[in-house]
Design a protein around this ligand. Structure first.
Ligand SMILES: N[C@@H](CCC(=O)N[C@@H](CS)C(=O)NCC(=O)O)C(=O)O
Length: 204
């Protein structure tokens, strides 16, 4: 089983899950700065040219939530919960993450950190303003949800925590506007207790 990654927030999701579960994955680094995500070989695994991706025999998977669930099911782990109601809740929150939370965090990461760091042009001030506003709105939803819960689904850690938490180790670089969201801070502090949470990627 191969897990294709680069040291960025979306691959953080399945890499942190694989590390938590001690999954028997072979990590394959796809260097985005060298365009390795656009080679014909890699596009045959993920036609979107993005990381993460996974291959396991004939199975080829892309989209980080699907990969996390695959790893959890394969390990027989409750990170993918047993109860249908909890599975539906996990899908809800992972969709919310892709559509809103990680989406705006990604725009802020790209403009505030990746563009200036890799010389990809001037940050887009309008995009920063728009995503800052939306990020705060959705962070408010998350903070409110966490008022009465330890984790996204309640008392147990799940793939939804790994999805939604993935940009938080990069919050400083991305300039995520997280001030005042005390419940998010408390929840992220508990994720930081997981071994390798800040850097779940293989060394080298
Ligand atoms: N929805 C995808 C997002 C994947 C994604 O945007 N990955 C970024 C890295 S964090 C990427 O590969 N960017 C390279 C590019 O777009 O060329 C997922 O959850 O897996």
């Amino acid at each position: 089983m191969k897990l294709y990654y680069f040291e960025t927030p979306n691959p953080h999701k399945p890499c942190a899950v694989a590390r938590y579960l001690n999954s028997p994955v072979e990590y394959v680094r796809i260097d985005l700065t060298q365009g390795e995500n656009k080679t014909p070989e890699y596009l045959a695994i993920n036609p979107n040219g993005k990381v993460p991706a996974l291959s396991d025999g004939d199975v080829k998977l892309w989209e980080s939530p699907a990969i996390m669930v695959y790893l959890a099911v394969k390990a027989g782990s409750d990170l993918w919960p047993q109860a249908t109601a909890d599975q539906i809740d996990a899908i809800r929150w992972m969709n919310w993450d892709t559509a809103h939370f990680s989406r705006h965090a990604g725009t802020l990461m790209f403009n505030n950190y990746i563009k200036p760091t890799f010389g990809l042009g001037d940050p887009d001030a309008a995009a920063i303003e728009e995503s800052t506003t939306f990020f705060k709105q959705f962070a408010g939803v998350l903070d409110n949800h966490l008022q009465s819960r330890d984790y996204i689904l309640g008392n147990s850690l799940s793939v939804a925590d790994f999805a939604i938490g993935s940009f938080l180790p990069s919050a400083g670089k991305a300039k995520l506007p997280l001030d005042g969201f005390a419940q998010i801070e408390r929840w992220h502090n508990s994720l930081m207790q997981l071994e390798g949470w800040q850097n779940p990627f293989p060394a080298g």
